[in-house]
Design a protein around this ligand. Structure first.
Ligand code: M6R
Length: 363
């Protein structure tokens, strides 16, 4: 049932506040038991985290690396599951292996978890949207996102609920390591509970975003830029754009611009910048100047009070607030909407993009 929407992806984008609220339904406080019986013992014995995933879920895992290292003070690494499973790696039995997968049936993620276990890394946690999936059976611990069934091949609500789950994991690890005061716990929980409202306000920016897609849809290439924990969001924006609009899109950590991609920038190469009001904004601003100086057309997703205004060649859409460490969740929504409207304007098969399947159960 499309409930008045034209596409499942569109419906699922707008379901995200509900999906996040549902995922948080039983979360009254931060505690290891959110991840299953015995989680305290497991979390207490680890010295690092290894996140394994594919596609969009890999971008959620990349975001979690920033959170875990910054808030929990634990070394975290992220690997594309298909790479990890076929390379020689150095096993650390004290690592928590976190497999992130909407479907829980992705062959490479299951394969990577098997390899990890074979190497003696038995502390496994699934972050998954399907309770009956193979991944949930395979892992010792789990946290179920409650996005509901996702039909659009391009993942939207599964991605943002994965981020919520990974943030809860970060807070739990921080707490176990004595890095989360009661006051901080209250503050983060308050921000999480307020997230569905904040997401609703971002989704209301749709008409402005639609305006941008008219220009972008005529282009064959788009560059996405981000820094810090918003670099993975730039990656996710580029992935969504490729998947459903078939516009070639690449994402770079903005600091990498000078190391190569700047050569591509011209008036034919629009640049989308994910530019929240965090401590990296000044750095990103100088990267944006580099783009403008080469006649690159900038499309900037910023926050209120950022001091960025639209000018010739620079279009700015501002989110209503800067949302601290949870900002990547809010900044995901505009890049989803941008891809959706670009695809809509191009008349692609949005829910079933060519050559792609919802669940990649074979290699
Ligand atoms: O079910 P999974 O989360 O394991 O799926 C991983 C990827 O196949 C998936 O995220 C894919 O990249 C999506 N189509 C992204 O929109």
């Amino acid at each position: 049932d499309l409930g008045g929407y034209r596409y499942y992806m569109q419906k699922e984008i707008f379901e995200q506040p509900r999906a996040v609220a549902d995922t948080l339904l039983d979360v009254n406080s931060i505690m290891p038991e959110l991840f299953g019986d015995g989680a305290w013992r497991v979390f207490n014995g680890i010295d690092s985290v290894l996140l394994l995933a594919c596609g969009g879920s890999y971008h959620a895992a990349l975001t979690a690396k920033y959170w875990i290292e910054s808030l929990a003070g634990l070394p975290a690494s992220v690997e594309i599951a298909s790479e990890f499973r076929y390379r020689d790696s150095v096993a650390n039995p004290k690592t928590l292996v976190v497999a992130v997968s909407q479907s829980g049936e992705t062959a490479d993620v299951l394969g990577a978890v098997h390899v990890a276990k074979r190497l003696g890394m038995v502390n496994t946690l699934a972050i998954c949207n399907v309770p009956t999936s193979a991944l949930v059976r395979e892992c010792a611990l789990n946290f179920m996102t409650r996005a509901g069934i996702e039909i659009g091949v391009a993942s939207t609500k599964a991605f943002t609920t994965q981020l919520v789950a990974l943030f809860l994991l970060t807070l739990t690890l921080a707490q176990i390591r004595g890095r989360l005061s009661d006051e901080e716990e209250r503050r983060h929980l308050h921000a999480l509970r307020h997230l569905p409202d904040a997401m609703g306000k971002v989704l209301a920016l749709e008409p402005q975003i639609m305006g941008w897609s008219e220009t972008l849809t005529r282009k064959e290439n788009i560059l996405f830029l981000g820094r810090g924990m918003h670099f993975p969001i730039a990656l996710e924006g580029a992935l969504k754009m490729k998947e459903i609009s078939y516009i070639h899109a690449e994402a770079y950590a903005a600091g990498e611009l000078k190391h190569g991609p700047l050569a591509l920038v011209s008036d034919e190469m629009p640049v989308v910048a994910v530019a929240p009001n965090d401590r990296l904004l000044e750095k990103l601003r100088s990267n944006m100047h580099e783009v403008s100086a080469r006649n690159g057309r900038l499309f900037v997703f910023a926050d209120v009070d950022c001091g960025l205004v639209s000018s010739p060649g620079v279009s700015v859409i501002r989110l209503n607030e800067y949302y601290g460490p949870l900002s990547p969740i809010l900044h995901t929504l505009p890049v989803q909407l941008l891809a959706f409207h670009a695809a809509l304007a191009r008349g692609t098969d949005i829910d079933k993009p060519r050559n792609l399947a919802k669940s990649v159960t074979v290699e």
